[in-house]
Design a protein around this ligand. Structure first.
Ligand SMILES: Cc1cc2nc3c(=O)[nH]c(=O)nc-3n(C[C@H](O)[C@H](O)[C@H](O)COP(=O)(O)OP(=O)(O)OC[C@H]3O[C@@H](n4cnc5c(N)ncnc54)[C@H](O)[C@@H]3O)c2cc1C
Length: 405
């Protein structure tokens, strides 16, 4: 005996969950979204830097949850030299992720999705050709029958595992503090590459004139130290941090970033989306854009399948095909860029930043640079890299990255 029945149930109230619930409801499906925490968007595990395209995908305009408009970035090489990229155009926003997520949740509810917060999925089974989700809500165990379950339950999500779709295998480890910082330009983020951040990069994202989110992400396979230990070292030894960052912080977050998409994201009566499906840019670790874009498709396909009565894996594979058509190549290229960058030493990075700083190259970056689609810029850079010492090795790798898909 089940307590409730829906066409589509979405597990997770992050950007992927709220977007899929919104689009499932817009597709005419009776939709329920559940979120285990008592408030959507909390606890925050994000820097809150989202591209302007992310807002377009989410169909929203900048609101009171935007702290800063970002027009460019200062990128620092291991030797302390730097280049500045960007221009006049607003390319990204620094947002309050908690408020951003709540805004998206309100949009899902406005589209007709029912929302149950403080409700945790604890099991998934089958009965009479439907999925049966076991949840605990307000201390009470309930069973919810549904045509399709969408697992938008994040990087540690259970829905994929329970339905045999596996789990994201490779994870990066991230940590960030919000602290007093002597911000040089509130419309620029700062990025630091090199051996002090093995396998990824460190960042400073301005919140206002004198506060910033300072964090880093590392590849645990490349270091014995934790992300937190690396951040402490970075704050203690990087000359810019010594000069501008205050000791102590007002907020700290830790979290994981999945690297590489799941090989299959649809099963009988189940779809997975967002971090749960590894739909995260391997070059920046940003998951809101990709997650929202793929989740939209998940909502549409789930509604169509549930209303047609065919929720088989065969029918739901439309989602897997469509999201790979939309961003599969970008993710694959991003993975290759990530691998190549992971092999570079400090000297290579110094040379690379010098190369990026050449006027013609800088112009290419400023014209074609796209945080969500770096493959376009990579293609343009290939020609320019010709003849450079570093690019004897690097160019071959870059070319392989782009051409193999
Ligand atoms: C340090 C760090 C910094 C980052 N910075 C950025 C950034 O600046 N820009 C960017 O685009 N991305 C960033 N990311 C990545 C971004 O936070 C994620 O990609 C994004 O939140 C994924 O959205 P999602 O909806 O898939 O998952 P989540 O946002 O993780 O949401 C999943 C939701 O599911 C809920 N849930 C889980 N299990 C259950 C269950 N059993 N029952 C009910 N609910 C459940 C969780 O409570 C959670 O609310 C960062 C990540 C880290 C770790």
């Amino acid at each position: 005996m089940t307590d409730f029945s829906y066409d589509v149930v979405v597990v997770g109230g992050g950007p992927a969950g709220t977007m899929s619930a919104r689009y499932a409801a817009m597709g005419g499906a009776r939709t329920l979204l559940i979120e285990e925490h008592r408030a959507a968007g909390s606890p925050v595990q994000c820097t809150g830097l989202v591209s302007s395209k992310t807002l377009d995908v989410c169909g929203i305009k900048p609101g009171p949850w935007v702290y800063q408009e970002v027009t460019g970035a200062h990128i620092f090489a291991p030797d302390g030299s730097s280049i500045s990229i960007g221009g006049e155009k607003v390319r990204a926003y620094v947002v309050d992720r908690k408020m951003f997520d709540r805004h998206l949740l309100a949009q899902a509810a406005a589209a007709g999705a029912e929302v149950l917060i403080g409700t945790k999925a604890v099991g998934l089974g089958d009965a009479e050709g439907k999925k049966v989700l076991e949840v605990i809500s307000g201390g009470r165990k309930m069973r919810i029958k549904t045509g399709v379950v969408i697992g938008a339950d994040g990087v540690q999500g259970s829905i994929a595992r329970w339905s045999g779709l596996g789990q994201v295998r490779k994870l990066l480890s991230g940590v960030q503090i919000e602290t007093a910082y002597d911000v040089a330009d509130t419309d620029h983020v700062e990025v630091f590459v090199g051996s002090e951040v093995p396998g990824f990069f460190a960042w400073v994202v301005p919140v206002n004139d004198n506060t910033a989110r300072v964090g880093l992400c590392i590849d645990p396979a490349r270091t014995q130290l934790s992300a937190y230990e690396h951040l402490m070292q970075f704050l203690d030894s990087n000359p810019r941090m010594k000069e501008r960052a205050a000791r102590g912080c007002s907020d700290m977050l830790v979290g994981c970033i999945p690297l590489g998409p799941q090989s299959c994201t649809a099963g009988d009566g189940v779809l997975i989306t967002g971090d749960a499906a590894g739909q995260v840019k391997p070059t920046s670790g940003g998951g809101v854009y990709m997650g929202a874009l793929c989740a939209k498709i998940a909502g549409e396909v789930a509604a169509k399948a549930a209303l047609s009565g065919d929720t088989s894996a065969g029918a739901l594979m439309e989602y897997d095909r469509r999201w790979r058509e939309a961003v599969g190549r970008e993710l694959a290229v991003g993975m290759r860029i990530h691998k190549v960058f992971g092999r570079l030493g400090d000297e290579d990075f110094n040379e690379l930043i010098r190369f990026f700083g050449e006027p013609e190259v800088l112009e290419l970056i400023n014209t074609y640079g796209d945080i969500d689609h770096p493959s376009i810029l990579i293609g343009k850079l290939l020609a320019k890299a010709k003849g450079k010492k570093l690019f004897g090795m690097f160019r071959v790798a870059l070319k392989a990255m782009v051409s193999r898909e």
